[in-house]
Design a binder for this molecule. Structure first.
Ligand SMILES: Cc1ncc(COP(=O)(O)O)c(C=O)c1O
Length: 365
């Protein structure tokens, strides 16, 4: 027998499954499974991308000063309290590595983002999933679940795959009610879809036990670039920088992300279009008997009668080249998560689900 064994918890990790992007036998597909921006990236960003990369023999900046200054400038934050990572996933990993280990607990809502239990297991901590209320974060349930061993609480606000969110008063109540020494990570991957929302930045400014994470993967249309960032007290950022590789972001990532954050016109345009099509799609699906909670994100969590109907609908959509996301792994087997696409994609989804419903009912199911 081999004596080469990984650290505790590693073999318990179930590999992250990304949204699929192909369907066997279907040439033309519309991918609505990964909450990507259907409008892609702005021209400003495309130009920045084409200009960067001329000095590839040089190592990139280790402190990300340019990108941090741009983020601070645009969001009116303190650049010294910002850390940048390979997607916000990496920032979530820094926090986990730095603050939790074997024997600790990491608490998150039952339908929380699937990276949270993966990160807990990565450091040998125990993942503790806490019930939600009507697919919404339940602050009291989280506080009740916390013990002296709880080192990190993760919430995504707005949530993925629920699409729901809780107000700032509730987030503050959660942060202030945590056991001493426990950090609240306020994962803001979908912040920009909520007009006027600061993603929890002002709550972070006022306390030393919170981290906010943000990403360029969603509204900025840069999922392929892999850049995210975090905001916390100077003390926490200092700790996180110690577990960060010095050259974690390439010159290309840094230059393109900086151009993107400065182009807030694009963010506004994408938010407005998402809001318009999300409302249209939610209403069209509701009329077909497929309800959803009010979404504050760029996707809709469509609820079906049961798992069998949700899976049959997913199969039907696939045959039409429409790829959405099953979320049984998130404890929501009767739901499908559908990214809000552009107008033609939304119309196709609604039309196809209408056809499915008619056939499914007609089939006596
Ligand atoms: C809630 C949530 N957090 C974090 C992430 C990670 O995003 P990224 O690593 O691309 O910044 C995602 C991506 O889907 C997400 O949905």
């Amino acid at each position: 027998m081999s004596v080469i064994a990984p650290q505790p918890g590693i073999l318990d990790i179930e590999l992250y499954v990304g949204g699929s992007s192909t369907v066997d036998g279907v040439a033309e597909v519309v991918k609505l499974s990964s909450n990507e921006n259907p409008l892609g990236t702005s021209d400003v960003v495309k130009q920045a991308h084409s200009k960067t990369g001329h000095n590839l023999h040089r190592y990139p900046s280790t402190d990300h000063a340019g990108l941090r200054a741009a983020i601070a400038d645009v969001h009116k934050l303190d650049a010294d309290r910002i850390i940048c990572g390979v997607g916000s996933d990496e920032v979530l990993q820094f926090v986990t590595q730095a603050y939790a280990g074997v024997g600790d607990e990491i608490v998150y809502p039952e339908h929380g983002f699937s990276m949270y239990p993966i990160l807990a297991k990565m450091v040998g901590a125990k993942p503790v999933a806490v019930p939600e209320r009507e697919r919404t974060v339940d602050v009291d349930a989280i506080l009740k679940a916390c013990t002296k061993k709880t080192k990190i609480v993760f919430i995504a606000n707005p949530g993925n795959p629920t699409g729901t969110m809780i107000g700032s008063n509730e987030v503050a109540r959660l942060a202030d009610g945590l056991p001493k020494g426990c950090i609240l990570v306020h994962d803001g991957a979908y912040t920009e879809y909520v007009e006027g929302f600061d993603g929890g930045a002002s709550l972070v400014e006022a306390r030393d036990n919170m981290v906010m994470t943000r990403t360029f993967s969603k509204i900025y249309g840069l999922g392929g670039l892999r850049v995210g960032w975090g905001y916390a007290s100077k003390e926490i950022i200092d700790v996180l920088n110690r577990v960060r590789q010095p050259f974690n972001l390439s010159t290309i990532q840094l230059d393109v992300a900086e151009a993107a954050v400065r182009d807030q016109e694009w963010v506004e345009k994408c938010r407005a279009e998402n809001t318009r099509m999300r409302a249209w799609l939610a209403e069209a699906l509701a009329e077909l008997g497929v309800p959803s909670d009010t979404s504050t994100t760029n996707f809709i969590l469509a609820r079906f009668a049961d798992q069998a109907e949700a899976e049959a609908c997913d199969d039907y959509l696939k045959t039409e080249g429409l790829i959405v996301r099953r979320v049984a792994g998130y404890g929501l087997p009767h739901c499908l998560r559908i990214t809000v696409g552009d107008e033609p994609a939304c119309r196709r989804v609604a039309h196809t689900i209408g056809n499915f419903k008619a056939e499914y009912r007609g089939g006596g199911k």
